[in-house]
Design a protein around this ligand. Structure first.
Ligand SMILES: Cc1cc2nc3c(=O)[nH]c(=O)nc-3n(C[C@H](O)[C@H](O)[C@H](O)COP(=O)(O)OP(=O)(O)OC[C@H]3O[C@@H](n4cnc5c(N)ncnc54)[C@H](O)[C@@H]3O)c2cc1C
Length: 445
């Protein structure tokens, strides 16, 4: 019997986890193509004198061992997980649940309930209203934004705090998201685990995935870009397949054609739509939705710290009320291997209100030195990253609800363009991958 050929476009978390799930399937040949010279996309790191500098993610698993990401990566095979604990993947808890700077005073707490005493008691009394709101699905005819909705229940200082978390985590303000998305995101954060740091950083997870893929016969071809997707009948060599896929190897002119029976795409909706030939009909509604969606940008500083810093925890620390900065994390208090011995690493994140990245970097730097009084005495700036266009923080903002199925049989989108409702960051990616893989598998027979 002919094996089914599945191509995965992009070796980000979405692509690698999809490939790993597909590799469990009998009679299926899976190949991952990645245009960059490394795997992991925005969830890996590069070594800089012993500091593990992220390509994106700040080495944080938002919902620790209770979220969709943990279920997918560490979960039992019998329950649809990849069981990568066997490959040495592990998640280490942050030493505190959360932290905050307000008026140059530092707060921290061990559980979600520890946050509430930082704010007027009316916020605690109104918390059940937030938690009991029905928000598992987007609200029908939704016409209220998250901030307006939260203002009905909470005081301004508490909203500022929650908003700095949203800024840090997803580079968005609450008034940029539908209320049901904000409600569900906060509910998910309330009920789940404290954040965790992957052992060995983001790359620890990627290495585990690559090990698993190797053992299951999946090839990951780096420096190969998918440029076009045509019907299989377009080329003699691919006429037995549903798709004919153009691949360009870095540094070479022209594309080679290979056949595929199904495609999982991890490179974002605009990228997929651009590569599809006119033989595939995409509805005007999908085109409009994708066209209207703007990738979300952000800026992050990485500091090397000495070991005498007064704050000694790896909690996500929020800085409410600032124009740009959301917060920071010092992951080395959970995973010391991310910095050279005797040093720590701090990673900040801020949203970008407009496209003037250069001046935003200067303003963000001023804000962080102003908010954290000990920083200037203990830190060395290692680098600053900006995320936009083809390498954004998020390809689709939370709440945009772009579909995994764009209406072409045999193709599904994965990755941060298609997060499940209210699941943020990699939790959102993991919430969608199993469904996309199941749909692709059922079409293969
Ligand atoms: C600054 C920052 C901080 C973050 N912090 C966190 C965090 O701490 N925790 C968290 O959970 N999330 C975090 N995130 C979000 C998280 O990093 C991303 O959601 C996640 O890494 C995205 O994975 P992905 O698979 O969707 O896409 P990507 O990682 O972008 O992978 C897509 C891959 O596809 C490749 N590709 C695209 N087009 C093609 C093509 N045509 N042919 C071949 N290859 C192609 C790209 O090169 C890329 O490698 C952060 C993001 C940023 C930017």
């Amino acid at each position: 019997m002919k094996k089914s050929d599945v191509i995965v476009v992009g070796a980000g978390l979405g692509g690698l986890t999809s490939a790993a799930l597909l590799s469990r399937r009998e009679n299926t040949e899976v190949t991952v193509f990645e245009r960059m010279s490394f795997a992991g996309g925005r969830f890996t790191q590069h070594d800089h004198d012993g500091f593990q500098i992220p390509t994106g993610a700040v080495h944080t698993i938002p919902h620790g061992k209770k979220g969709p990401f943990s279920k997918l990566i560490l979960g039992d095979r019998s329950r649809g997980g990849l069981d990568l604990g066997k490959r040495g993947v592990d998640f280490l808890p942050t030493t505190k649940f959360a932290g905050m700077w307000r008026d140059r005073k530092h707060y921290s707490c061990k559980s979600v309930f520890g946050i509430l005493p930082w704010f007027p008691v009316s916020n605690t009394l109104n918390m059940p209203r937030l938690l009991a709101s029905r928000a598992k699905h987007p609200w029908r005819d939704e016409n209220i934004d998250g901030k307006t909705w939260l203002k009905k229940m909470f005081t301004e200082d508490f909203i500022d705090f929650l908003e700095s978390f949203s800024n840090f985590a997803i580079s968005l303000r609450f008034d940029q998201m539908p209320a049901s998305t904000v409600a569900r995101m906060l509910q998910n954060s309330f009920w789940s685990d404290k954040p965790h740091i992957p052992k060995g950083g983001c790359k620890g997870v990627i290495d585990g995935l690559r090990h698993d893929l190797r053992d299951n016969g999946v090839r990951v071809k780096l420096s190969h870009e998918i440029t076009e997707i045509l019907p299989g009948s377009e080329e003699e060599a691919t006429k037995e397949s549903r798709f004919c896929v153009g691949i360009r190897r870095r540094g070479r002119e022209g594309a080679a054609w290979i056949g595929a029976d199904a495609i999982i795409h991890n490179g974002g909706h605009p990228n997929l739509l651009n590569s599809l030939s006119e033989d595939f009909e995409i509805s005007e509604e999908i085109k409009r939705k994708v066209g209207r969606t703007q990738a979300v940008g952000g800026i992050g500083f990485v500091f090397g710290l000495d070991e005498n810093i007064p704050q000694k925890d790896s909690a996500v620390t929020m800085i409410p009320g600032e124009g740009r900065l959301g917060g920071y994390v010092i992951p080395t208090f959970s995973e010391p291997a991310l910095a050279p011995e005797g040093r720590h690493m701090m990673i900040t994140h801020q949203y970008v209100p407009d496209a003037t990245v250069k001046s935003e970097i200067t303003k963000g730097r001023d804000e962080i030195y102003e908010a954290v009084p000990w920083l200037s005495d203990h830190a060395e700036e290692l680098c600053v990253h900006s995320y936009h266009r083809n390498w954004p923080c998020n390809r689709a903002p939370m709440g945009s609800e772009l579909p995994s199925d764009i209406g072409v049989e045999g193709i599904r989108m994965v990755g941060d363009g298609v997060k499940g409702h209210g699941w943020m960051m990699i939790e959102g990616i993991a919430s969608n991958v199993p469904k996309a893989v199941k749909e692709i598998s059922s079409g293969l027979g």
